[in-house]
Design a protein around this ligand. Structure first.
Ligand code: ARG
Length: 246
């Protein structure tokens, strides 16, 4: 009899350990998304100081599909992966490039956007077209980003690493650095905001964004990929599915 109870307890414990993060999220009624909100149009603060953008809307779709609320935590970009690993957030949606290095600590969803780094300078200065031409220059990047990585590989560059892109751009406007290196779409958004600035390079890298989750949370990863797949379907795709799938 006693052994029976012990076995039952062990079995129950096993089941509760197996119950994935999805059940936990549904039970608590919210999913926590981590991001870094100085990266328009993916994540930034509007006039009302609310965090909005493309990634936020993706986060909302995921929360909606789960039937829970979306909580957003805005934090330094290089805190996102540590916060995932220590369970402060459930997913990171932050225009985060899928890299082999990051894959050592987290899992990425299917890619949802193509991107690449570009160089932004002040208008009226000699254009900087290639990474090579950054030699001997002062360059601002966001700490821990792929822009930081590729600029760090060039010798003889003086790098200033910022937590917030807004500060990196102030530095450029105030002529304390010669260039900022970042992803193309946010670069375009900042140049539109500061007409004194200009993008002078081609797109210098090939990157793809993914949503990061903890490695063990395979149920959440599958769920996110399903939501992304559904979002990518056109009304036409849905009709074909409706009438021709079987
Ligand atoms: N795509 C680049 C990276 O993964 C930059 C992302 C910065 N994102 C942000 N929300 N600040 O490193």
């Amino acid at each position: 009899m006693k052994r029976w109870i012990l076995l039952a307890v062990i079995a129950l414990l096993g089941i509760s350990l197996m119950a994935g993060i999805l059940d936990e999220i549904k039970a608590r009624g919210y999913i926590i998304m981590g991001t870094e909100a100085t990266f328009p149009p993916f994540e930034f603060r509007n006039e009302k100081n609310e965090v909005v953008g493309f990634d936020i809307d993706i986060g909302r779709k995921i929360a909606e599909a789960l039937g829970v609320e979306l909580k957003i935590i805005d934090m330094p970009f290089d805190s996102l992966i540590p916060s995932l690993v220590t369970k402060k957030i459930d997913m990171a949606i932050a225009a985060m490039t899928i890299t082999e290095e990051r894959k050592k600590s987290v899992s990425f969803s299917d890619s949802y956007f193509r991107a690449g780094q570009v160089i932004v300078v002040r208008k009226g200065y000699p254009p900087i077209k290639t990474l090579e031409e950054l030699k001997g220059k002062k360059v601002a990047v966001q700490q821990g980003t792929t822009g930081d990585l590729i600029v760090s590989e060039i010798e003889g560059v003086q790098i200033s690493r910022f937590t917030r892109f807004t500060d990196a751009f102030l530095e450029l406007m105030n002529k304390r650095v010669d260039a900022v290196v970042l992803d193309f779409a946010p670069a375009r958004a900042y140049v539109a905001m500061y007409p004194q600035l200009i993008i002078t390079s081609d797109v210098l890298s090939e990157e793809e964004y993914g949503i990061a989750v903890r490695k063990e949370d395979t149920d959440l990863l599958e769920f996110i990929n399903d939501v992304l797949r559904t979002m990518k379907k056109s009304p036409y795709d849905l009709l074909v599915e409706k009438w021709f799938s079987q």
